[in-house]
Design a protein around this ligand. Sequence first.
Ligand SMILES: [Fe+2]
Length: 158
Amino acid sequence: MTSLAAVETARAEHAALHRVIHDMEDLAYHLAGHPGPAAFRALDLILEVLDRHVTGYMADEERTLYPLIARQLGGPAATATMIEDHREIGRWVDRLVGDRRDLEEAAPPQLERARQGLYSLAALLDLHVRKEELIYLPALRRVASASAPERPPASITP
Ligand SMILES: [Fe+2]
């Protein structure tokens, strides 16, 4: 994958992640009190996106985007802390998926634990995505523009 293609892929995935983060915060708010069936359907949808898409995307990043970043920023140490973010995000997703069973009949402390998990994971994901956008993607854009073919001089441009 080229640096430019990696940047474009990451930008599209991040746009989707920002929507998921917003939905998680919104759902955490609505799980307070006495949530109805619609809230639990929304929870199931979010958990499916997190469990299948988000964790799969993080694995893709480690195979494609992060090696390019490591090459640009001086070695694997440049991505080590972000890979640890991925592990922590995965642990929070596993916790939420594990807590989902029987949540409709759950007592308030279990619902509160689910809300806390959604808020915590949303904050962690938001910080992780912002770090990639602020540090990693500009580094890859510099590589992409340095390796782009030069434009012809203006004097020979039609
Ligand atoms: Fe990531």
